[in-house]
Design a protein. Sequence first.
Length: 329
Amino acid sequence: MYAQQARRYRTTFWEIRLECDSDFADDTLLTALFRQIRGIVVFSGFTINTIFWFIPILLFAIVKLAVPNAPFRRGITRVLMAFGEYWVSINSLLLQTMGSIDWQARGLENLRRDEWYLVMSNHQTWVDILVLQKVFNRRIPFLKFFIKQQLVWFPLLGVAWWAMDMPFMKRYSPSYIAKNPHMKGRDLATTRKACEKFRHIPTSVINFVEGTRFSEEKRKARNSPYRHLLTPRAGGFAVAMSAMGELFGAIVDVTLVYPKGPAAFWDMCCGGHVPVIIDVRERPIDDWLVAGDYENDREFRRSVHRWIGDIWQEKDELIQQTLDDTRVQ
């Protein structure tokens, strides 16, 4: 009799457990399905917003291209910058309402919209661009990226980039210069010419000094001396300083920290909790950074590498301290 009761209790226990496991599996599937639907909605919002603003940007770009009058073009450029800021604002609203990014930005108090800035930042993930656009939108002039000159011929986007005054740069490889010595310095002259237009309109140019997104594999492959950063590449920074250094009022040094690890764009769209800490510091531009010849002066090149290396060491320590503080909390 006792054996029969024991078998009956065991049977009841496993029936209840299976029913609970089934309910848990259903909840998990529903949650996963809801996350995917949410991701599709957010991504669709980004896509629709981009198309919506791209159309007027392209139309105004054609007008700007057709009327070669400098004051008129500057007026069109200001309109295009406003379109870009509205585009970023709606993207940021989508992130705040449908995404789940926990923004913590510090050091933004003294930034101005009527100043010229060189923004340099570490690079963790593709999401960095969205984060930087959100943080700096309408605090400083619309962010612009150095773009390879060949991309000006990219269908539709090339015209839009040109219309929004993205600085196009042309770089020749050392092997090409060796075969064509008369072209030495021509790339820098082309970049300087492209940046002349920025004298009339406050501009922010961003440079990811590491050249690519951080990963532990890349850090080891490059033998980086830092724990959370890749070794900085000073070439792009030097070109920006040589072409526009006299215009820049300050360097905006940005350190991006993701306490839970670099955010994936799709996880962010699906509502995954993405904490990000943005530390912003203004750095003065010393005269020697503008006056030097990075391409031909070896000692100046070493000085630039040491200067950026010191900043990167400070940045690496800041990231480690921030991560330690978030763990304690």
